[in-house]
Design a protein around this ligand. Sequence first.
Ligand SMILES: *Cc1c(COP(=O)(O)O)cnc(C)c1O
Length: 404
Amino acid sequence: MQDWIASGDDPLIISSGRGAVLVDSEGKEYLDGNSSIWTNIHGHGHAVINRAIQEQLEKIAHCSALGFSNEPAIQLGKKLVDFFPAESLTKVFYSDSGSTAIECACKMAVQFRQLRGQEEKSRFVSFSGAYHGDTVGAASLGGIGAFFDRFSSAGYEVERLENTNGLRSVDPGSINALIVEPLIQGAAGMKTWPSGMLKELRSWCDANDVFLILDEVMTGFGRTGKMFACQHEDVVPDFLCLAKGLTGGYLPLAATLTTDRVFDAFLGTYEEMKTFFYGHSYCANPLGCAAALGSLQVFEEEEVLAKLPGKIKSFADSLQSAFNDHPRVGEVRQVGLIAGIDLTGCDWKEQIGAKVSKAARKYGLLTRAVRDTLTLMPPLCSSDEQIREMTKALRRALDQVLPD
Ligand SMILES: *Cc1c(COP(=O)(O)O)cnc(C)c1O
């Protein structure tokens, strides 16, 4: 805030948006190069999603989910479950952010072990560089110091691995669950995992009675080229955490999907006190669920997934032509419509990544770097031309900040 106040810049205020374009309070247009912090899927102001929200608003904006339900929540739950093989992920628990989707998975896992008399399975396995949210439990599973070091006296007991080789030294008898961002870690700087990793994790978890929690808060809803990242390796987790893109990026809503095996452990008479005492005021918010149904309708009507391979190829080509010859560009990583472009030889204190992102505004692009990794995440609705414009604008900004 000290830098922000001292800069004397007028803050950028976003006033409206259409498709992949955002408009500020002075009427200047920008391409939404990070999908409004990894949330937006079909673009802003999409008629189908707007209408879904408006129609729901005419009925009711919110009602409790304690002891009863609402129509959009029921319809959405059914659709989410139907993305997975029959009798795999069958139950949906709604909350309101990625962080709470993770909290919910973790608390269910902890209570499950207690209910099943497996108290010794009390620890979690996660990965270096992981990001699972900012609430205490979710943050404790993360592997980025800035988000949790100051709070490290709280949270879960976690064994953090660099990669799957680390599994060999883990005592699985003490492990409740393993959590991972499938295919690509976002906040780590768009770090990609080797292919085959998910299958390997699934079989390690199966062999050792460990829950597999997949955090698809960033990767869900087409971002990686398939509806969900786990579908690239035909892996079904025990808990699947969804948020950001669930509503197309329109409203805060999250879902934690799990299995009958987990659900059944919580069944019992009132006196047995097996209840999962967990809920947020806005769980299963009808407006959010209506937006999510609208987003899924767009996936179908516009055949969004079928159009992705061409866009992903355009993205790869334009990243290659924009960044292959810059002396300060190191690795360029891409999964679907997500990319990380590493800058080399930067002193972190100079905030080069942030400076390049800010310079890009002048060229009509809004995005946000992760330290010295530039990032781009075009909304799925972006045209080939818009994708090319985003990469070009980022390259021009890079040339401005780091002339070779
Ligand atoms: C953003 C994010 C979260 C946290 O989601 P919030 O809605 O910001 O709480 C968790 N995991 C991943 C992988 C994310 O990208």
